[in-house]
Write a protein that binds this ligand. Structure first.
Ligand code: SF4
Length: 419
């Protein structure tokens, strides 16, 4: 009997067939959905009224790889600042489309500051806080009418922290009439999904084209997010913005976001992602971009930057040389990418291995485009370098890190320069 019962295959499920939405600024068109690569986006945490501070942070996020940047538009000062921010970005050569985040007073701001409505490339509307009672429908309608007037797409972004209370009450009443009522958790899931889809349908009734609508239903629990998006994805074909809201700080925020998004992306769900990390005090806002890109790249969904494969180190590597070299080379590669991606197309496919000793070092290094196997404790002080699977040279002495960087740069120039 054939012991090999079936071929082992890997990779994410095919992306689900969804509509696509285009977010446009000038010649820049970012496509979300419709099978386009999953888009990475981020949000500023500056005061939007601070034009220079906000423009600088947007530039940093865009240079780090954010393909859309969202800014809060919370009052008239912020709304009036938006066109000035756009002008500053134009002067800096940054064409990333801007998304305006509106709550409570979006209908007023968009109407009273038309330059803001024009300068933004997309509006985020939270149906849970566009207004109360009778005002709710009219204020939502005003925002959609402005989106139609300026031909802008919208994200209908539901969040469990600001769920439409009237809609929740209606769904709770329906649930109470069931012979076997659902759990409170299931009612909350239903309310989130219903809010997103009903508001999307209402926007279409108001005249907004279906290909100008993106949906999100954000929650902060991993299992909650997976359950909600599986169902949301099954019930509609609008493109989906995926993100774990309030993911948290440090490793917890990264791990929780990665766990939730990976499961959904593996199932073909999610057209654009945002990682909602709380920065450490004084921390770098761009970290959320790095995490988003690394999720997509390690899952094989997109390629952004050459990957460094490094062993964890163990008792065989008692010095920090190997950790420093792995860190240096990763930082070097990421820092080069804004220039390399235009000069060296395809360089993002390169793999570099930095290994701590002879046990797995030569083997792993041979699988990479370039690999270095550093000497472990007690091994002779020599570091063989492998290029395209072949041992190319051995480095020795004090300057292994600089020499290795030079070898990597030389490899990039030889293999990826535009013909
Ligand atoms: S390659 Fe060597 S140093 Fe690295 S984890 Fe394995 S045994 Fe330890």
């Amino acid at each position: 009997m054939d012991p090999f019962l079936s071929e082992i295959v890997s990779g994410p499920a095919a992306r689900l067939q969804r509509r696509s939405a285009k977010i446009i600024y000038g010649d820049k068109i970012v496509v979300v959905g419709g099978g386009a690569p999953v888009v990475v986006q981020s949000m500023t945490n500056t005061d939007t009224a601070d034009v220079i501070g906000t423009a600088i942070q947007i530039k940093e996020l865009a240079r780090a790889g954010s393909e859309l940047v969202r800014i809060t538009v919370n009052n008239h000062e912020a709304a009036r600042a938006v066109p000035d921010i756009r002008n500053q970005l134009d002067k800096m050569g940054i064409d990333v489309p801007l998304v305006g985040d509106f709550h409570y007073n979006g209908h007023t701001l968009l109407k009273e500051v038309p330059e803001c409505a024009q300068a933004l490339s997309k509006y985020r509307i939270n149906p849970g806080n566009v207004g109360q009672g009778a005002k709710r429908d009219s204020q939502f309608a005003q925002m959609i009418e402005i989106a139609c007037e300026y031909d802008k797409p919208v994200r209908i972004g539901v969040n469990w922290g600001s769920l439409d209370q009237a809609l929740l009450a209606r769904i709770m009443d329906t649930n109470a009439a069931r012979s076997q009522p659902w759990s409170a958790q299931s009612v909350m899931y239903e309310a989130l999904i219903t809010s997103a889809i009903e508001n999307a349908e209402r926007a279409e009734e108001l005249g907004l084209s279906g290909d100008k609508i993106i949906l999100s239903c954000k929650v902060s629990g991993v299992q909650d997010l997976i359950a909600v998006y599986r169902e949301l994805s099954a019930r509609c074909d609008y493109p989906l913005h995926l993100g774990l809201t309030e993911a948290g700080m440090g490793s917890k925020g990264i791990v929780a976001s990665t766990a939730a998004l990976s499961v959904l992306l593996q199932q073909g769900i999610g057209d654009t992602i945002r990682i909602s990390l709380t920065p450490e005090p004084g921390g770098d806002r761009c970290k959320e971009i790095v995490v988003a890109q690394e999720i997509l790249q390690t899952m094989g969904l997109r390629k952004f930057t050459p990957m460094v494969i490094a062993c964890p180190g163990c008792g065989r590597t008692t010095s920090t040389v190997f950790q420093e070299l792995a860190d240096d080379i990763q930082t070097f590669l990421r820092d080069q990418m804004p220039v390399w991606k235009t000069q060296y197309p395809g360089v993002e496919n390169m793999n570099v291995a930095v290994m701590g000793c002879i046990v797995n070092g030569p083997g792993e290094s041979k699988h990479a485009h370039i690999g270095i196997s550093l000497p472990g404790t007690g091994e002779s002080p020599a570091a063989p370098v492998f290029i395209d699977g072949q041992k190319a040279m051995t480095l020795r002495g004090e300057h292994i890190a600089q020499e290795f960087q030079k070898i990597v740069l030389d490899y990039v120039q030889r293999n990826y320069a535009q013909k």
